[in-house]
Every structure is written in structure tokens, then in C-alpha cells.
Ligand binder design. Structure first.
Ligand code: NAD
Length: 313
């Protein structure tokens, strides 16, 4: 049984980590969050120590590490705001633990280089949650694409509208310095999935970029992709909205709809299973997606020119 600690324990995604730690028969021994709304811990690990101050958490983890009594923390899971991941992973590695970090791993590609150095110095590893790579629908698509002749390029439309209320722009998620912006915070799942399925990234064009909406074109070895991301309920197609839905997700590959809406919730547990079995995704696995989001963030949007997504109107 491995001992885990969790940073960002009061957040939305933290319970998925608690569930995954429990489901893989491991133990959460300590948790940190400046926000103390963490009663959910009792549903999973009522004996876990909890800290609202980093300094006390640090002291606790360090004492466990130095005790050499088998109770030290083996893994530190990180579910804090995106811009803190880099620092929290560094803390994990320096504490003699491996890190299990949420997406996006970091905001900029050069952060990966720094972390690689730290892995070398400490002998510890960073593992990441790239859960779409474990999604059965995505794996089936990858197999299909790999079985086709090398020079075949698919035409892909990726549309992801996931409505968020006014709170979003008031939170760290709406602050580009903290979240990286919509393409980084929401899109990174898809840019990683696209290169995982369609191979080498060849071109990256941004057509539109705003705090709640972004669109562009990505070309891979095996696909031309028009993408559209939005947090605005008004972008949900009218017929779908009329049916009471506030979300619209579609990945259309050469006319075929890829079913990926279901089967999301257990992918954290699947990620933990793979990490614990030594098959996790490490730092380098994140590089292309992190380069993609950093380039999207700094690109000058081209407007409605070239091959833009039809939802741009
Ligand atoms: P959230 O805002 O609900 O939770 C973040 C938590 O981190 C909060 O409880 C906050 O108090 C805490 N926090 C803030 N500063 C901290 C600090 N210095 N030290 C420790 N904790 C601190 O956000 P969320 O939606 O749970 O997202 C958390 C992370 O998970 C983000 O990186 C996000 O991108 C990622 N995420 C992943 C998925 C997925 O499907 N894999 C889904 C949602 C979010």
C-alpha cells in the first residue's frame, strides 16, 4: 500500500483523486488546501491529516520522510490551480515523493525542462493525468487511424461547448496568468488527444481568441482539424439547448461522430492504476500539448480566414 498526500483537496476535481487512491487500495495520509471546505475527505479517508498552511504541511511531510519508519509519503497528488503545478511538483520531488499532477501539467514548455532536471536530481518521477488517452472510444479511434495507409489525412471538426456561469471569469480559471486561458485550461485535453491519435503536429493557426471562446486550425500527420471551444451557453446549437442541454461535445472524423461523452468519470482511477503499474505518462508525454497551448496563447488570431470552424459563423 502506498501513502499519498493531496494538494488542492477542497477543489472540484479533488474527490476524483480521493476516489482513485481508495479504489487502488492506497491511503491518503495528508492533504493541503488554503480553503477548509474539505468535509468530503471523511467519505474516503477520515484519518487523513489536513493543513490549510503550506508551511505546516511541508513540515509534516518532511518529518514523515525523515522518520524512515515506512510511513513516508510515496506520492503527492496535485489538484491545485494550473499556475501552481510547477511549484507543487517541485515540492513533491524534493520531498522524496513522486508527483501525480493534473492537467495542464504546466503553462509553458520550458517548465518541463526544469522539472526533468529535478527528476534527475531527486530520482523521483512526475506522472500526469492525461485521461483521454485511456478513454475506450479514443483508443478505438487511434487503432483505426493507425491501421490506415500512412498518407491518409482525416478532416476533423472538434466542437466542445461546456457552459460555465459568471463565477468562471471571477475565479482563477478566468485569469489567463493562472489558468493559461480557455485553450490551455479546457482545450489541453483535446490537443493532447489529437496528437496521440493523429501523429506529429505540423501547423497551428488561431482564428479567434477571447476569455470564453477560442477557435483555430491544427494540422497533424494524419488529420486537418478545425476546433472550437466555448464556455458560452449561447453557442450550444439551438435544438440541443431546447432539449435543456448546456453542453455540446462533438468530434467528427471524416463524417463519423466519435462517441466520447460517456466513460469520463472513472478515468482518474484508470490513470492511477496505470501509474501504480509503472505505465503512467511522464513529463515528455506532455510536451506537444503544452507547446500547442503555449503557441495558441501567444498567437495573433487570424479572424475568419482560411479553414475556420463553422461555429465561428
Ligand atoms: P478548483 O478551483 O475547484 O480547486 C482548486 C483547489 O486548489 C481549491 O480548493 C483551492 O483552494 C486550492 N488551492 C489554491 N491555491 C492553493 C495552494 N497554494 N496550495 C494548495 N491548494 C491551493 O479547481 P478544479 O476544477 O478542482 O481544478 C484543479 C486542477 O484540476 C486544475 O489544474 C484543473 O485544470 C484540473 N482539472 C482537471 C480535470 C480533468 O478532467 N482531468 C477536470 C477539472 C479540473
Amino acid at each position: 500500500m502506498k501513502n499519498f498526500a493531496l494538494i488542492g483537496a477542497a477543489g472540484y476535481i479533488a474527490p476524483r483523486h480521493m476516489k482513485a487512491i481508495k479504489a487502488t487500495q492506497n491511503s491518503l495520509v495528508a492533504a493541503l488546501d488554503p480553503n477548509d471546505s474539505v468535509g468530503i475527505i471523511d467519505s474516503y479517508f477520515p484519518d487523513a491529516d489536513f493543513f490549510t498552511e503550506f508551511e505546516r504541511f511541508d513540515r509534516h511531510i518532511d518529518k514523515k520522510h525523515r522518520a524512515h519508519d515506512g510511513a513516508s509519503v510515496d506520492f503527492i497528488s496535485i489538484a491545485s490551480p494550473n499556475y501552481l503545478h510547477d511549484s507543487h511538483m517541485r515540492f513533491a520531488l524534493r520531498s522524496g515523493a513522486d508527483a501525480v499532477c493534473e492537467k495542464p501539467l504546466v503553462l509553458n514548455p520550458w517548465n518541463i525542462d526544469g522539472l526533468l532536471e529535478l527528476e534527475k536530481d531527486t530520482g523521483q518521477k512526475v506522472h500526469t493525468i492525461l485521461q483521454l488517452r485511456l478513454h475506450p472510444g479514443i483508443l478505438a479511434l487511434r487503432d483505426k487511424v493507425n491501421a490506415q495507409p500512412g498518407d491518409h489525412k482525416h478532416d476533423v471538426d472538434l466542437t466542445y461547448i461546456t457552459s460555465r456561469g459568471h463565477w468562471y471569469l471571477q475565479s482563477w480559471k478566468g485569469d489567463e496568468k493562472k489558468s493559461g486561458g480557455i485553450a490551455t485550461n479546457i482545450g489541453v485535453h483535446f490537443y493532447d488527444m489529437l496528437q496521440f491519435v493523429f501523429g506529429q503536429l505540423q501547423s497551428n493557426v488561431v482564428h479567434y481568441s477571447a476569455p470564453t471562446k477560442a477557435a483555430g486550425y491544427l494540422e497533424y500527420a494524419k488529420a486537418r482539424v478545425r476546433w472550437f471551444l466555448s464556455l458560452d451557453v449561447n453557442d450550444v446549437p439551438e435544438d440541443v439547448r431546447a432539449a435543456g442541454q448546456r453542453t455540446f461535445r462533438s468530434i467528427n472524423v471524416s463524417g463519423d461522430e466519435i462517441e466520447f461523452s460517456g466513460g469520463f468519470t472513472d478515468l482518474h482511477t484508470r490513470s492511477y492504476e496505470e501509474i501504480l503499474a509503472g505505465n503512467g505518462f511522464g513529463l515528455e508525454a506532455n510536451r506537444v500539448a503544452i507547446e500547442t497551448v503555449a503557441d495558441i496563447r501567444t498567437a495573433s488570431p487570424q479572424g475568419r480566414n482560411g479553414d475556420y470552424h463553422p461555429f465561428l459563423g
